[in-house]
Design a protein around this ligand. Structure first.
Ligand SMILES: [Zn+2]
Length: 93
């Protein structure tokens, strides 16, 4: 049996959710598939590991990028703003 298969959006017959049927064997959405297999639904994706920036290095980068050292150039202002935002996001060490 050679059934022509075209990948595309499909509707899950179990829960009615839209899912991407990119393989001929995918008959239900991922959530229903995992439920049928007795596995937890992928409600929380595994966040990529973010290595916290070393505060000392951040301080050094701010010093190196500071507009005072670069004739107040647009690039240094942008870089410094970014680094200071990072610093603020990380909070006090
Ligand atoms: Zn479903």
């Amino acid at each position: 049996m050679t059934e022509q298969f075209t990948p595309g959006a499909a509707t899950c017959p179990n829960c009615g959710a839209a899912y991407l049927k990119d393989q001929a064997w995918k008959r239900v959405c991922l959530t229903c598939y995992l439920k049928a297999k007795g596995k937890p639904a992928p409600t929380t994706r595994t966040a990529p590991a973010v290595t916290p920036i070393d505060p000392a290095m951040l301080r050094r980068l701010v010093q190196l990028c500071h507009p005072d050292r670069h004739n107040n150039s647009e690039a240094s202002n942008t870089a410094t703003r970014y680094l200071l935002a990072l610093k603020a996001a990380h909070g006090p060490p």
